[in-house]
Design a protein. Structure first.
Length: 97
């Protein structure tokens, strides 16, 4: 799928085809993987998939920013977000593409 965005249905269909699963079973598998990663991140854990990469949370401290419409200074609240760091095998595959 070069240059095209893959959505959840596309992912489910690809998993079904590659793993020889029914669409329903593939959808359950995709949902289970996504839920498991999300639950681990909420708990503050890292999820490492060797060769693919690492999912982790990153904390951003509160900081001063500017409202782009008015130019007024404003406080941006601290936040936590999910981050992904690709593994060496994935990096190599991407650079070979």
């Amino acid at each position: 799928m070069s240059g095209v965005s893959m959505n959840r249905t596309d992912l489910k269909n690809a998993v079904a085809e590659k793993a020889g699963l029914t669409g329903t079973d593939a959808d359950k598998a995709v949902a289970a993987v996504i839920d498991s990663i999300a639950e681990a991140l909420v708990a503050g854990d890292k999820v490492t998939i060797p060769g693919f990469g690492t999912f982790e949370t990153r904390h951003r401290a509160a900081r001063q920013g500017r409202n782009p419409q008015t130019g007024e200074s404003m406080e941006i609240a601290a936040s936590t977000s999910a981050a992904f760091k690709p593994g060496s095998d994935l990096k190599r595959r991407l650079s070979d593409a």
